[in-house]
Design a protein. Structure first.
Length: 500
């Protein structure tokens, strides 16, 4: 996507305001979605109330709000749409009923996910349909996971109380099933307890990925809200979260826009859907046993699931042998990120690693390539891919840049002590590498004010020393001045607290 195409996705009112443009790109980074101008304006007003100031007046408060998990769930209510009802797009439920004879042959509980489930009508519709057919026979078991970024709608789903608005004309075909499981309660309806017990609801940002495998994933009428590049990220993760031959149901209007090397289009019962191809059918050179063994190791004990842009698997650590030092050049990293924020290059870099392991001819991989790939995958929440690039790089280089990236990895995974150690070591290697000093200062907020003030001053000094070294490529591309303003604001806030 070129710059002109990118601008057409951004509302005009957002382009006209630096603060709104900042929010638009942060929401795209965090949630992966395109946001309307009205939603961004409302979000800006919402954050100004929380922060007690505008973004220009207090960028530090905005940054904190946009990195807090609780605030992100709160923010999602402002920018997401929750339109749903029972047995919406009934063709998919006809399809599911048609596929049950094959699914029953698995001779284990059928694993189904309702992604972006909103208030839960879809998940409960699936549970009603499966329970209805299981009682008719032959009997089978199933388990349903359902999630949404909006924690409030998840609570609504758990309460399982719905208005008549969730019963629409295009779901009338399934009335005989709904009558068995929806209990009238005044002017509302309660989902029966046996159906409620079959669905596990939880809040989750899909950009973080899924933590288990499924036979079927419903992800309907949500893909259209994602930006072009994040559709690829989400599709890649959904494909990775399906068992071989697993099925993906997208919205009827979304199916024609999807192409993915692991997802083959199918047609049955009057509707298109996708089926995950067997990994052995691709061009991967590693044996399936190696893939499975490494996937188990890679998934433990990480709190987030593997998510990769690759159609190739993560590589076993035996691949990471000693090699010549790979230097890192920040100008080169910046150039890599100039193309769609680095996504195509990051993907290509890991494909080159896989090709090298497979004995195929591959372009040489530079330290800048690997650092850029690691930085990109970290920003996208793709921790396994980031870890792979870092492992490759750490065998050849222990400079401040690499230590910092490993610190970012630990920080985003919630290992604060490990992150601090990495940042301290990075700062010790290069006094001008201000990203490390900035992270050290930011993580010291709970310390005594004098110590905190000292660390902020050291970070400001580092920014002055490293201002011309393009280190901002490790910090989302924001200029050193931006982070210095944040530190200045934190310093004044810290001083104020001393006298309160």
């Amino acid at each position: 996507m070129n710059c002109d195409e990118l601008k057409t996705e951004i509302p005009a009112e957002v382009l006209s305001s630096p603060a709104l443009l900042f929010l638009y790109h942060r929401i795209e980074q965090i949630l992966g979605i395109k946001t309307t101008g009205d939603a961004i304006i409302k979000l800006n007003e919402h954050l100004e109330k929380i922060c007690g100031a505008s973004f220009i007046e207090n960028p530090a408060a905005f940054e904190k709000a946009l990195t807090s998990r609780e605030q992100i769930f709160d923010i999602s209510k402002t920018v997401t749409i929750n339109e749903t009802y029972f047995f919406r797009e009934g063709v998919h439920f006809n399809l599911l009923a048609s596929l049950l004879p094959q699914l029953i042959k698995l001779k284990r509980p059928i694993q189904i996910c309702s992604a972006a489930t909103s208030i839960g009508c879809e998940a409960y519709s699936i549970a009603m349909l499966l329970d209805y057919h299981a009682k008719k026979g032959p009997a089978f078991d199933f388990a349903i996971d359902a999630f949404d970024i909006n924690a409030d709608v998840i609570e609504t789903a758990k309460n399982a109380r719905y208005t008549a608005n969730t019963l629409r004309a295009d779901g009338a075909e399934w009335k005989h099933i709904m009558d068995s499981y929806l209990i009238p309660d005044g002017d509302q309806y309660l989902v029966s307890q046996d159906i409620r017990s079959r669905v596990r609801f939880f809040p989750l940002n899909i950009m973080r990925g899924l933590d288990k495998k499924y036979d079927i994933i419903f992800f309907r009428n949500a893909l259209i809200y994602f930006t072009s590049k994040n559709r690829l990220i989400v599709l890649d993760d959904l494909a990775g979260s399906l068992f071989d031959n697993g099925l993906l149901f997208l919205g009827v209007s979304e199916t024609s826009t999807v192409k993915h090397p692991l997802l083959e289009s199918r047609y049955l019962s009057g509707v298109f859907y996708f089926q995950k191809t067997n990994l052995q059918g691709t061009s991967m050179a590693l044996e399936q046993k190696q893939i499975d063994e490494y996937s188990v190791k890679a998934a433990q004990p990480k709190s987030y699931p593997p998510k990769s842009f690759l159609t190739k698997p993560f590589l076993p650590k035996s691949f990471l042998t000693k090699r010549t030092e790979l230097p890192i050049n920040c100008r080169e990293i910046k150039a890599i990120f100039d193309i769609e924020e680095g996504q195509p290059n990051a993907k290509k870099i890991l494909e080159n690693i896989a090709d090298t392991q497979s004995g195929l001819d591959s372009p040489p991989i530079s330290g800048s390539d690997l650092a850029a790939a690691a930085a990109y995958f970290l920003s996208a929440g793709d921790f396994n891919s980031a870890d792979l690039a870092l492992l490759y790089l750490e065998k050849t280089n222990a400079c401040a840049h690499v230590l910092f990236l490993r610190g970012e990895y630990h920080l985003l995974r919630g290992s604060m002590d490990k992150a601090k150690d990495c940042f301290e070591n990075a700062a010790g290697k290069d006094r001008a590498f201000w990203p490390a000093f900035y992270r050290i200062a930011s993580s010291a907020a709970e310390e005594n004010p004098a110590r905190y003030e000292y660390k902020i001053k050291k970070a400001s000094e580092s920014i002055q020393q490293g201002r011309d070294f393009h280190y901002e490529c490790f910090m989302g591309g924001f200029s050193p001045d931006y982070f210095e303003r944040i530190l200045t604001k934190k310093l004044s806030t810290t001083r104020f607290k001393e006298y309160v």
